[in-house]
Ligand binder design. Structure first.
Ligand code: ADP
Ligand code: ASP
Ligand code: MG
Length: 440
């Protein structure tokens, strides 16, 4: 059994849904199809939730109506016969009625998650309506029946495995299973999600849970590229990389993969393939335990980084000092991305300001703190790159004109990271493209 995940643009137009219906029914083994919401939907739902939260019910109503009109137009080209159209209309009516009811009741965090879930619920039900019209045997597996997270928002892989296996065993002959990416239930039993871009994570978790032959992530580009194609003109796809390399790239900003989407596949040794829905014959990127080659493969940028410097001449390098600092971040469940130390100061970076004020307050006894917001981490990723000849010369040689605030080298053999002001991001990615990959 394999997993095939299709992102927002892959389901965003009726003809794309037709196309992916063709792709999933051509498979020789049974498939679990994981779908995102149609492109633009989750952004619209975020907007609706925000408008309701700030009491702007008119604004929210307008956004709901606009989104509904989009779906009404979508289904006209999705299905042909009247029965299917009536079914599709009923699906839209059900979900938009729900959004309109939410407008009338008092807002809560839990309700905002319910709003966000509507996108994946709609896309999967509409896709199934089309499969039904085409006479293709299939089954909708509701993600809310098996995808769960614990009190710390961590997926419960053990129970996902048990529940999913039971569901699949009840429908042994079925070839096409369809389920929602992104959405899940939390420890309180409420509807929740795996954070933006989380359908990749759902796919990897499902692949791990069922011990899939492969986890295919179908998107709008032919695999992981050597640089961010949204920023740099000439980029090229990478044929093969290791789980470690892919995890570094996903975590450090390569948007094609959700930051946490690699570990389930890696832990359960499921190969991951990144493929292009618009160009299904293109090779894409294969991600396995094997890196395939040595040397630098790609660079990525992680935005919205905050650097915190803690300066203390008295006790910095005394043992136990770093532990006390780390405990503050642990208390607020805030991961540290980069760290450098000197005799009198330690600087570290975080990617969320959610608990920044509390963290700074608790750091006060350890020395003076300085905070720099609007930073960006640039990561150079590859296999054994720290041992690659001339790497440092090439790396710094290509960005001599750009001030670098921090460097992390040797933490992993697959990554060298730099911290710089966000304003330098575009220039640094472009110059690295030329200096490290010879691409302009
Ligand atoms: P989906 O909706 O299918 O999940 P995403 O928009 O989340 O798709 O991810 C695909 C996009 O990721 C591409 O269109 C591309 O612009 C962006 N991207 C950023 N960095 C990279 C990279 N290194 N390689 C490939 N794509 C990247
Ligand atoms: N629809 C969700 C989002 O836009 C999840 C996903 O597409 O992966 O973030
Ligand atoms: Mg995505």
């Amino acid at each position: 059994m394999k997993v095939m995940k299709f992102g927002g643009t892959s389901v965003g137009k009726p003809e794309r849904m037709h196309h992916i219906a063709g792709l999933v029914s051509n498979e020789s083994e049974p498939v679990i199809v994981v779908l995102s919401a149609l492109s633009g939907t989750t952004n619209a739902l975020v907007e609706i939730g925000d408008a309701i939260a700030r009491g702007d019910r008119n604004g929210a109503k307008q956004s709901i109506d606009k989104l509904e009109a989009h779906y009404q137009a979508f289904i006209k080209d999705l299905v042909k016969n009247d029965t299917s159209l009536a079914k599709a209309k009923a699906i839209i009516a059900e979900h938009f009625e729900f959004l309109n009811i939410i407008l009338k009741i008092s807002f809560s965090e839990a309700l905002s998650k319910d709003i966000l879930a509507q996108g994946e619920l709609l896309s999967t039900k509409l896709f199934c309506t089309y499969l039904e019209e085409q006479g293709k045997d299939h089954l909708l597996l509701p993600a809310l029946e098996f995808m769960t997270i614990d009190h710390y928002d961590e997926p419960q892989i053990g129970s996902i495995k048990v529940k999913l296996t039971q569901l699949l065993q009840q429908h042994k002959g079925t070839k096409i299973f369809v389920t929602q990416g992104y959405i899940c239930r939390n420890a309180r039993g409420e509807v929740d999600n795996l954070k933006r871009g989380g359908s990749d994570y759902s796919a990897s978790l499902i692949a791990a849970a069922i011990n899939a032959s492969v986890c295919e992530i179908w998107t709008d580009i032919d695999g992981m590229h050597n640089n961010d194609p949204r920023v740099v003109k000439k980029t090229v796809p990478i044929e093969q990389m290791s789980f470690d390399e892919a995890a570094e790239l996903a975590y450090f900003g390569a948007k094609i993969l959700h930051p946490a989407s690699i570990w389930p596949a890696q832990t359960y040794k499921i190969p991951v393939r990144l493929l292009n829905t618009m160009e299904p014959k293109a090779k894409g990127t294969l991600i396995t335990e094997e890196a395939g080659s040595v040397g630098v493969k790609a660079v990525a940028a992680k935005d919205n980084i905050i650097a915190i410097r803690i300066k203390s001449s008295r006790m910095l390098l005394a043992y136990g000092f770093l532990r006390k600092i780390f405990e503050v971040f642990e208390k607020y469940r805030t991961p540290i991305d980069m760290i450098t130390t000197s005799e009198v100061a330690v600087t570290l970076t975080i990617d969320s300001d959610l608990h920044l004020n509390d963290i700074l307050k608790e750091l006060e006894p350890f020395g003076t703190t300085e905070v720099d917001k609007n930073q960006v981490i640039i990561s150079v990723v590859g296999n054994e790159i720290s041992q690659t000849e001339d790497i440092i010369k090439k790396l710094f040689g290509s960005i001599v004109n750009i001030p670098v605030r921090m460097v992390s080298y040797g933490g992993s053999p697959h990554n060298i990271s730099l911290l710089t002001d966000a304003g330098h991001k575009v220039q640094i990615l472009q110059q690295l493209n030329k200096g490290m990959f010879g691409l302009e």
